[in-house]
Design a protein around this ligand. Structure first.
Ligand code: CA
Length: 228
């Protein structure tokens, strides 16, 4: 998905849901909300978020059950989940983590603390959206200054090649299909032929001096491309 990270807030108390959504939006993230467990599961199916903030006590389907189902799903198991709970007993916390929650925050919590936990989870799944620098072997990307270095020499990339490299560097080893790269680099609403991806990967390789310094991008036959 191109653009900002998407955070799903699942909380049945309207006031708490609004406060959370407001503060997370103020951080520059996109926010989806759900007021119940079944609604949360439906939202995740329609629009997979990057991170989920999930209240434990929810009507119909509990937060624990939502967490369990998502962590069992092949498409959803890697989405980080931060559980919120009014319960503070250690056993509940253990139960929450056993269900597969990635982090656990006890109510009442400070919004600042929750945002810090959120950034920690996002750093795992979308490093470039919260970090300032990405490194892979001898390649470094400074996201604040939009500069790229290889073995300390500054390289000059076009804007598309820069976005392409950033996507690769966020998840070294991940195999991206051409369609996934189109969504991520060009955006979902723009029609671009998938061969365009090949053209820009070629330009990126050239900009990275793949011929002299070694080609960090792997062509995966029948699948797409990967860094490393
Ligand atoms: Ca609740």
């Amino acid at each position: 998905m191109a653009g900002e990270p998407v955070v799903l807030v699942v909380e049945d108390e309207p006031a708490q849901r609004e406060v959370l959504a407001y503060n997370i939006r103020a951080e520059g993230f996109d926010v989806l909300t759900a007021a119940a467990g079944d609604e949360a599961l439906e939202t995740v199916r329609e629009t997979p978020p990057d991170v989920i903030v999930l209240d434990w006590m929810l009507p119909h389907v509990s937060g624990i059950e939502v967490c369990r189902q998502l962590k069992m799903g092949t498409d959803t198991s890697k989405i980080p989940i931060i559980m919120l709970s009014a319960r503070s007993e250690e056993t509940d916390k253990v139960r929450g983590l056993e269900t597969g929650a990635d982090d656990y925050v006890t109510k009442p919590y400070s919004v600042a603390e929750l945002l810090a936990r959120l950034r920690t989870q996002l750093r795992r799944v979308r490093p470039s959206t919260v970090g300032e620098r990405l490194d892979y072997e001898d390649i470094s990307v400074d996201l604040t200054e939009h500069r790229v270095y290889r073995s300390d020499e500054e390289l000059h990339l076009g804007p598309t090649e820069f976005r392409l490299l950033t996507a690769f560097m966020e998840r070294p080893g991940r195999v991206w299909s051409r369609e996934q790269l189109l969504d991520r680099v060009w955006g979902r609403d723009i029609y671009v032929d998938s061969r365009t991806v090949d053209v820009h990967v070629g330009r990126l390789r050239k900009a990275l001096k793949a011929g002299e310094a070694g080609d960090p991008i792997r062509t995966v036959r029948g699948a797409g491309y990967a860094l490393g």
